[in-house]
Design a protein around this ligand. Structure first.
Ligand code: ATP
Length: 342
């Protein structure tokens, strides 16, 4: 487990103190893909750099496993850092070295002999899907390929933790998805704990199981991704959730009610069970009602689907009533009646 207790960082700039990270306390379980989201200036980068002490904390404690990182002296910290890989937004590769030499660099520093280095580099190249590009220089690679080199290099010493500092922010959406899938794959294969910071809710939605929302150096909301999606408490969190849902449902509702006067109008909320994706077809098969999907916005998180469908149900009253009971009996589904039968 990674435990962060009362972690703070104060920068002094022009005689003014800036609290970049403010008394932050968090627990991250082994094997988590833990997302930290916040707008620019929230303190995310500073936070992630405090974990491996690329930035020295002003106060507080970071513990990884049984090691108190914040109490290590310089030489012990160097050894401890071999267990903490890190990848960066702009990759931070060595431009004069080839792909294989970039990946082998941390092994060289750790004093691994040449033959073992070669074996390990080959293994890592396979893991991140860079076969055939061993002799290329970073300038000859696409952004996604550069980040694959970054990931392979970060994994060279078989770390237990991988820190990702806006690792996909310089990539296009398609490449972002590929890199996120790779991170997910590595998390599962190597049982690696991943902490990633981002300003994009899409990244959190796609691969994280837990999320912390940062604002002005503090964690203002924290929890399972699906819980935070379904029940965002802070306005900053609601804004991030809207990023992926971009819903304008409520403002349209009166128009919908006007346009669909017959039968009943339901909003069915899906709260996480992927099995409920067949709910609509089950209703259509089991009850003599007609279903008209009027509006919908469903997205996928690691824990299942989240979102809502607005459905018009028409038919005779008793069948509509039976369909309603059926929907209400489903787990992880909530029914909201927008308009009753007239
Ligand atoms: N070396 C530094 N010296 C002075 N102030 C700093 C330093 N690094 C960060 N800050 C300040 O600390 C605050 C948090 O910055 P940080 O980069 O951690 O935020 P962030 O959420 O990662 O934002 P971004 O995504 O824009 O980097 C900001 O007000 C920033 O100006």
């Amino acid at each position: 487990m990674i435990s962060i207790e009362g972690l703070s960082k104060v920068f002094s700039l022009n005689k003014k103190d800036i609290k970049a990270v403010d008394s932050l306390t968090l627990n991250i379980e082994d094997g988590d893909i833990y997302g930290v989201i916040g707008y620019s200036g929230a303190g995310k980068s500073t936070f992630v750099r405090l974990i491996n002490r690329l930035e020295e904390p002003t106060s507080g404690k970071v513990t990884i496993g049984d090691q108190i990182i914040t109490e290590l002296n310089k030489s012990d910290l160097r050894v401890a850092r071999q267990d903490i890989g890190m990848i960066f937004q702009h990759f931070n590769l060595l431009w004069s070295r080839t792909v294989e030499d970039n990946i082998g660099f941390p092994l060289e520093i750790a004093g691994v002999d040449k033959q073992e280095r070669k074996r390990r580099v080959k293994e890592l190249i396979g893991l991140v899907g860079l076969e055939g590009r061993e002799k290329s220089y970073p300038s000859q690679l696409s952004g996604g390929q550069k980040q694959r080199v970054g990931i392979a290099r970060a994994l060279a010493n078989s770390p237990k933790v991988l820190l990702c500092d806006e690792a996909t922010s310089a990539l296009d959406p398609e490449t972002t998805n590929q890199i996120l899938s790779l991170l997910q794959d590595i998390n599962e294969k190597l049982n690696l704990t991943i902490i990633l910071i981002t300003h994009e809710m899409h990244v959190i939605r796609k691969i994280c199981n837990r999320v912390a929302v940062m604002e002005q150096g503090k964690v203002v909301e924290e929890g399972q991704v699906l819980d935070v999606f379904t029940n965002p408490k802070q306005s900053v969190t609601r804004k991030f959730v809207e990023q992926v849902m971009s819903s304008n449902e409520d403002s349209d509702m009166s128009t919908i009610v006007e346009n669909y006067p017959n039968g009943v109008l339901y909003r069915i909320h899906f709260l996480g069970e992927t099995t409920n994706q067949t709910l609509i077809s089950q209703i259509a098969k089991q009850f003599s009602v007609d279903l008209n999907i009027i509006q919908g916005n469903i997205t996928q998180t690691q824990a299942g689907s989240y979102g809502a469908l607005v459905v018009q149900v028409t038919g005779n009253d008793s069948e509509i009533e039976r369909a309603r009971s059926f929907i209400e009996s489903q787990e992880s589904v909530e029914l909201e009646v927008i308009q009753h039968a007239k």
